[in-house]
Ligand binder design. Structure first.
Ligand SMILES: Cc1cc2nc3c(=O)[nH]c(=O)nc-3n(C[C@H](O)[C@H](O)[C@H](O)COP(=O)(O)OP(=O)(O)OC[C@H]3O[C@@H](n4cnc5c(N)ncnc54)[C@H](O)[C@@H]3O)c2cc1C
Length: 463
């Protein structure tokens, strides 16, 4: 039996795609496409997924596991045309017990909270939460606006069921609070296949309030973030947008009525009433001290309106440019003012109009670098600017990725942060889990035979 026949015998004829449509799976949210996959297989349940993966393992057939393909770092593209195993049909809630919910990896993030009792919620909320899958969130250790208070996905994974490359299915984590499934969180599908996830739910806060600060300079806005922490406030969310991103939103269908300013900061505070009132007072003082003006939303409607623009800020970039790179570096909050200034200088040097819209509360920068895909020179400048911004961020004491993962995008940035010994240790870990390198080839680490092509060369090597 051929590989395709065997896969079809497991999942049924219609769930193995070998027609033109498979091309869609050579792309994710990153700029660079992979090669068309040999086939795309969509198992319906855990049993089928195990059989599909066993078939591929037995034949030594390299494959990429995929959630919903929203990765911004190219983590889910088949670089060499590998088979893609899409987990999107494993999208059911398997059990709900106390403060824990167990789900298939293909379920969309938003559906976890929707399936939870009304007084609890699933805290990690990447802006892609209406589509991105829990398997993808786990594999990228995804964040979101509430990371600043509740932590990234890692803090909400109780346990995982994982299939290893020796064909074994294991349950990891979950036996006590000290027992975690950590190594598979953030592994980008390079160490095992996540078959189910046991997730921690969080009590809903009694009160939630939003305020917005407006600033005449990015430096002032960066200082306001520092001041807020110095006054003892831990916001539930603290997001910054610069003039370019405000303008993009105001020109798009996400128009919110934001003021004309060099920067705005949106803050959400949650908890019990009196505590939130006190935090509002302290945040206002912190912002005023940095030269900011503050308005507080008086109703949920007003708060939703203020957040509408921020939540639509990525797609709003489409109003000013046909394409853009989404960078993702995590830096120390104390370095915000100076790193933002450096980004502005890099943007001038390469004549690219960088828009900053990001999770300021945890120092997770998202410089958006617009480019014209029809203009190779313009794209080249954007890629050079991206590489330089990543370098500046790491040199300021930051790390290569805050939440979007390494994928193929940041392989060339790993050396800015890790030593050769560190990278060798990671290669050894990869070898322990995946000796014959069958899982998600050429992602996260530069391994033998993984040479950058085209635009990746610019990102990896600065060529
Ligand atoms: C508009 C937009 C906004 C975004 N906002 C945010 C944000 O605020 N915060 C944030 O962190 N990210 C954000 N992202 C990035 C992206 O949505 C996240 O990285 C998300 O977790 C990816 O989920 P996915 O299901 O699309 O995974 P995919 O892109 O399909 O896969 C991502 C990685 O996970 C692996 N993987 C997927 N499923 C499994 C599995 N079952 N077992 C093993 N490996 C698996 C893949 O191999 C790949 O390496 C955004 C993306 C977009 C397009």
């Amino acid at each position: 039996m051929s590989l395709l026949q065997e896969l079809r015998s497991v999942v049924g004829e219609q769930w193995v795609i070998t027609t033109e449509e498979r091309r869609l799976y050579s792309l994710d949210g990153f700029t660079v496409a992979g090669r068309d996959p040999e086939a795309v297989v969509l198992p319906e349940n855990e049993e089928e997924a195990v059989k599909v993966v066993k078939t591929l393992l037995m034949r030594g057939e390299p494959f990429v596991v995929r959630g919903t393909g929203t990765s911004l770092s190219g983590a889910s593209i088949p670089i060499n045309g590998e088979v893609v195993v899409s987990m999107s049909r494993l999208n059911r809630v398997l059990s709900l017990e106390g403060m824990e919910i167990t789900v298939g990896p293909g379920i969309a993030n938003i559906m976890v909270t929707k399936n939870a009792p009304p007084d609890v919620f699933y805290a990690p909320d990447p802006s892609s939460y209406s589509v991105s899958s829990i398997g993808g969130n786990v594999s990228h250790d995804s964040g979101g606006i509430h990371v600043v208070k509740y932590g990234p996905t890692f803090n909400h994974v109780v346990g995982l069921r994982v299939m290893l490359t020796n064909g074994e299915v294991i349950d990891v984590g979950g036996r006590s609070v000290m027992d975690d499934a950590g190594i598979f969180v953030g592994a980008e599908g390079t160490l095992g296949v996540v078959l189910r996830a046991r997730l921690r739910l969080t009590p809903r806060p009694a009160t939630t309030l939003t305020l917005m600060g407006t600033f005449d300079s990015l430096r002032d806005a960066g200082q306001a973030v520092i001041n807020t922490y110095q006054r003892g406030v831990v916001p539930a969310a603290m997001e910054m947008m610069d003039r370019n991103s405000i303008e993009a939103v105001e020109r798009s269908k996400f128009k919110t009525g934001y003021p004309r300013a060099e920067a705005i900061i949106l803050v959400e505070l949650d908890g019990y009433g009196a505590q939130v009132e006190e935090e509002i007072r302290r945040t206002e003082a912190a912002f005023n001290e940095a030269g900011g003006r503050v308005i507080t939303a008086r109703s949920q409607e007003e708060a939703d309106k203020l957040w509408r623009g921020r939540k639509g800020a990525f797609p709003a970039m489409g109003a000013v440019s046909p394409a853009y790179l989404t960078l993702d570096n995590n830096i120390l909050i104390t370095k915000l003012p100076e790193v933002l200034e450096q980004i502005s200088k890099i943007s001038e040097r390469y004549s690219v109009k960088v828009a900053n819209v990001f999770h300021a509360g945890d120092g997770n920068l998202h410089p958006l670098v617009p480019y014209d895909p029809q203009d190779p020179e313009n794209l080249r400048r954007a890629l050079h600017a991206a590489r330089e911004i990543a370098k500046v961020a790491v040199e300021s004491g930051g790390v290569p990725s805050g939440e979007h993962g390494i994928g193929v995008e940041k392989i060339g940035f790993m050396g800015f942060y890790y030593s050769e010994e560190d990278l060798e240790a990671m290669r050894r870990v990869k070898k322990v889990f995946d000796r014959s390198r069958i899982l998600n080839k050429c992602k996260m680490l530069r391994l033998e035979g993984c040479e950058p092509v085209g635009q990746l060369r610019t990102l990896w090597e600065g060529d």
